[in-house]
Design a protein. Structure first.
Length: 215
């Protein structure tokens, strides 16, 4: 059986992305247990202008969307996460942080075959543990469990060449037409995005293996 390639575009501070990653893993485990899968992550900066100290999410919601009660904005992702067994409470994490460094480590983890696990771990640290995932020490705490040494992480995140390469990857994601995240591409030919259900993800997996090329 051939390997299913899944290109996954997202950001580590995107609520729908952690839901999408959780659902993808759940669907693969429960409905396609024998399927060989290669998941490659591609960076998207949801809030590229986030200052180094972070931005308060309630302030962002009010400034961008006129939302004065965050619970209104959180209701749907909370319900969707709960439906798939993900204990997501967006009230745990009051800040949005820059994600370029997180994406740099995720990019470099590809060669170590720990990319998907590291991406999941960083998202978990941000949403579930309310950690500052722009902090090099925090990222080192996470990455040492996924094929990196602490000193290596600190050095890589201080390397402007590595950061520049991640910015190029972000530009390539935009050039690929990715506008809504999470964005999934199955076997290079079937793309879906946004808060898709488990059933929709399962159908996309089946169709990418047997169906005609999708638009």
């Amino acid at each position: 059986m051939s390997t299913l390639k899944i290109d996954l575009y997202g950001d580590t501070v995107c609520p729908w992305c952690i839901i999408g990653q959780h659902r993808l893993d759940k669907v693969l485990k429960e409905r396609f247990p024998g399927l060989a899968v290669d998941i490659e992550h591609h960076p998207v900066l949801l809030m590229p202008d986030t200052p180094p100290e972070g931005s308060r999410i309630p302030d962002l919601l009010k400034a961008r969307y006129g939302v004065t009660d965050p619970s209104v904005a959180f209701a749907r992702p909370h319900a969707e996460a709960k439906a798939s067994g993900l204990d997501l409470d967006l009230n745990r994490q009051p800040y949005a942080y820059p994600t370029l460094d997180a994406h740099t480590l995720i990019r470099l983890a590809r060669a170590r075959r720990t990319q998907h696990a590291l991406a999941n771990a960083i998202s978990h640290a941000y949403f579930m543990d309310a950690r500052d995932i722009s902090d090099a020490d925090v990222l080192a705490d996470i990455a040492v469990q996924h094929g990196f040494s602490r000193d290596e992480v600190i050095a890589l995140l201080a390397d402007e060449k590595e950061r520049a390469e991640t910015r190029r990857e972000v530009a390539r994601s935009a050039a690929a037409g990715v506008k809504s995240i999470p964005h999934f591409v199955f076997n290079g030919r079937l793309a879906i995005n946004g808060g898709r259900s488990e059933a929709e993800l399962a159908e996309a997996i089946r169709s990418s293996q047997t169906g005609p090329e999708a638009q």
